[in-house]
Structures are given as C-alpha cells and as structure tokens.
Design a protein around this ligand. Sequence first.
Ligand code: ADP
Ligand code: MG
Length: 573
Amino acid sequence: MTIDRNNLHSALLRLDGRGYKAYKDIKGSYNFPDFTLIIDRVQGDPFAAPSNLRLLVPQSIALFPPKLYRSPSREIALRDFLTRQFDRASRKISIRRGTGKSGLISIARTGQEVLDRSSVFIDDNNIEVRFLVGLPARGRTILGRQAAEMLCEDIPEIVSTVLLYSSIDSREIQNHVETVEDACWLRQNLSEKGLVAFVANGSILPRRSGVDPRPLLDDAVAFTSPKSLEVEFNCPNRGLIKGMGIPQGVTLIVGGGYHGKSTLLRAIELGVYDRIPSDGREFVTTNPAAVKIRAEDGRSIAGVDISPFINQLPQGRSTESFSTPNASGSTSQAANIIEALEAGAGLLLVDEDTAATNFMIRDRRMQQLIAKNKEPITPFIDKVRQLYEDCGVSTILVMGGSGDYFEVADTVIAMDNFQPHDVTEKAKAIAKEHINDRIPEGGNNFGKITPRVPLPESIDPSRGRREVKLKVRDVDEVAFGTEDIDLAAVEQIVDTGQLKAIAEAIVYAKEKYLDKKRTLPEILDLVMGDIDSYGLDVLTNFPQGDLALFRRFELAAALDRLRSLKVLPSGKV
Ligand code: ADP
Ligand code: MG
C-alpha cells in the first residue's frame, strides 16, 4: 500500500518530541508527485547504522534515453554516473540536524573505478536509487520537523537536480557511458589479438599520491607505445585507438629504479576494472582473469598444494596439503599463485617490490653453494615458462634486479624516464653472450593443481547472539564473525562495497553450496553464476545500496585468508 506524501509529512510532525523508537512507524511506501519513496529499514537510534531508503522515479518523468543503457556496460556506466550525481547533490544538501548521524543523506562512495553497484538501477520503467538517511533526533528525542524537511523537501530537490535527464549535462553523461563501453569492449577483444593487456597512448599512469588515486597533474609523462609493440583497435564509440599491446606469454618490465615500472604494473593490475573518463587510465585494459601475486608473510594457509614450488621442508612437513597460521614470504607467495590458479587465473602480475627474492631467483653460484636437495624452493624463474606452456597462464613481471629472467621471457619492456622501450632483441642477445649456466630446477612440467573442498563448519559468521555479524572496516579488513580477515595484500579489491559483498557472498556460499563435496572452483562458479543471473541482491535479505561487484578471485582470496578455514586435503574427495 502506498501512502500519500502529505501523510508522511503530517506523520513526521506528529512524531516530533517522541522517543526514537516511534520512527519505526514510518516504514512503508509514499507517493510523491514525481517519485515513490520507500522506507525499508528504520534505524534503532541516532548513532546506529542510518536508515535504508529507496526512491523510484518513473521513466515517464525521468526520461533517460534508452540508448544510454542499451548495452550491459552502458547500463553499469549510467548507474555509476547517477550514483556520483546523487552523491554530489546529497553532500551539498545534507547538514547536521542533531545527535549522531542525524541529518545525513548519503549514497555508496565511489572512487576511480566504475563498478556494478547496488546503489542505482535503471530500466525502461524506473530509476531506483538506494540511499541512507540519518533520521534526526536530539538525544533520543525525535526531531519531527527536521525529518519532514529532509524527507519531504530535500529529497525531492535531489531528485529534481540529478535524477531527471533534462537536468543533467547530456555530453558528460554520454562521454561516461561511451568511455566505459569502449574500455569494456577493448578488454573483451584483447585475447583475439593474442594480448593480455593494452595501454593506450596518451594514458596518464601515475597517481597524485599513495593515498590519492586521482591522476598526477603537472609533471605526468603521458604514455607512448614503442612502435614494435603498438597495436590498433577500432572501438565502438571513439573509433581508432592506438597503444601498447602486451602479448601472451612471459613479459618482463625492466629499467632503473624510479623509472615507472611499478606504476605501469599497477595500472595493468587495475585494468581489470573500468575507470571514469578523467582517470588517465581509462583505456588501460587487462585480461579479466589477471591476478596480482605478492609475498604476504604472516598470512594463514589452509591445505594448499604448493608442491610445484616448495618441497622437502625441514621436519618432513608435507607441501601437498600445506597449512600454516603464519606463512613465510616464499610459502605465502607460492600459495597465492596456486590459489589464483585454482580459482582460474589466466595472467599473473608480479612486482619485485613485493615479491620474496628467494622465491623469484636462485642463481648459479647459490645453486653451487646450496645443493638442490637442501633448498625446498623451486624458484619462479624455473616455473614461469611451464606455467605458460602447460597451463596457458601468462605472466607480467617487474624485474629490475635479475637478468637471469632474459632467457625465459618472450617480451622485455624497459621503462626509461617513464617511457617504455622494446628491448626484447637486446636482452636475448645479452643472454646469448653472457651464458648464466644456471641449472634448470623446474622438472618436466608445472605440476597438478588439485582443487580443495572447503568445509562449511570451519566458516562461522556468528558473534555472540548474532547469527551473522559482518563489518567492513575499510578496503583492507572485514570483521567476519569473531575474526578479522586481513585483505591488505589483496590489491585488486578496490572498494569497500566489494568487500561488503564478498563477506555476504561467503555466508551465502556456506549456506547454499558448501556440502563437503563441491570444490572451491565449483562453488565460485555457482556463486558468481547466481550473482550474474539475479544480481547482487541475491546475497542479502533486503535491498541494500552499498554492495559492489567483485571478481571470483577476490572472493576466493577472502575465503583463503579466513584463519578458521579448513579444507579436505587436495585430492581426497
Ligand atoms: P619503479 O618501480 O621503476 O622504481 P615507480 O613506478 O615506483 O618506479 O615510479 C617512481 C615515481 O615516479 C612514483 O612517484 C611515480 O608516481 C612517478 N611516476 C611514474 N610514472 C610516471 C610518469 N609517467 N610521469 C611522471 N611521474 C611518474
Ligand atoms: Mg617499483
């Protein structure tokens, strides 16, 4: 049943002066001249998580041209655009109106990435917007007049300034959807050209600072592809675009310190996502199955077969089903690779800055001093080609410190003063001239990846009397039941909304699909398939606006870092 706007107004005035709990009465649906306002959940007090509201604006009033959302990527871009518009308008209008969160009007926070979010939806009938409101009070006493101002005046004003097509800059909106559609198209067309990544000429890769992801302004050197690696695409909207194509296989990024190697890799790493038009990296696109790999000592590992990399540990510990609450640099990096492969990675990205040296290289002299049977680690250099040839998994590696990798690379890119050069021929010639005499240690093949079976009883989201207690701290940490999952090293989680959705997805997977038989990749397929078919709402029991889509790799990474996780040993199913 939908109630008239005027009834909401008078109801709020009547609530003035009463105890906060009386706000519960306003749950429901209200007709405004241009939209419907739905109050889904009312907060318990002014300090609690703010109330969940929704707006439905009929297309007969909003009038967004269907061409702005006719393809899946355009639709995501338009929804992202409207989220940003709503954010801007609500920041301007919302003022403190009492205790705690009183007066707040807010929507999901956005960054440089354009993600599929649950904050705004659009189809031929409606625009739906989900947002939060801090219902105002002084202490615990309802401020009814202020509430009426917020819901009956401020919200209609936001609708009229940002949710009607006629009130929005149509060129800006078109540029937003066309940019995202082109980037998405580029990503989909990489493999057809035998590429794993593309960096458009003119891209601005460096960021303003370590904590400010916007593009560097003044001294940024724009990217220009070396001629030998230059490729051309004909995008659906902007037409021809040129840039550097990184071919499948093993690619090395070399160059002196501070010449832009890590900045290039970071841009590639985030090229699995679409970006806003002003980002500078909006046409840097990467194989969607790219996973950043790094050392992460201290993480827990649950039953991972790291034997392709690590064998014969001291005290005869097995590495075919390796568990530890406190991994070393090299074992953590090995587990990160095997887990990524288990989840279906197609491209690994490694930066020497965050890699374990003894995992990456073992040179001729060290081979002579420490015999192979005294060194549990088979270094990555002896596995990286097998990874490509046996498993079809490419690698892009930043490696300024060891020329031993020249032998195993297909492509070598040198960064010099922030500009790339193709030095493949030169590196190959040097490798021939200075034979390094290393003894290959990798064996005949990469080795098997045996998927694990996660055990449902080892995943417990409860805390105290609450059956499910999840709390996202920032992009690095989520409280899952009584445990904090540390995701600081999972660099491709870029948004708190992703983390919130991942935590919900773990609970969903446990309830629906963990049956002590299904393997982790099978579970990932099922969960991602459900989200694809039914949307992120499938994860929660009422419509929430703060979820953002994540990849299967980050869902797996969060589960892999749950310290309580237990699995059936690989291969014992
Ligand atoms: P490396 O990994 O080769 O040591 P980084 O990628 O960390 O180098 O870059 C070093 C510094 O140079 C960083 O502060 C980065 O922001 C800046 N930088 C990187 N690329 C560019 C560029 N194209 N233009 C201007 N500054 C850049
Ligand atoms: Mg670096």
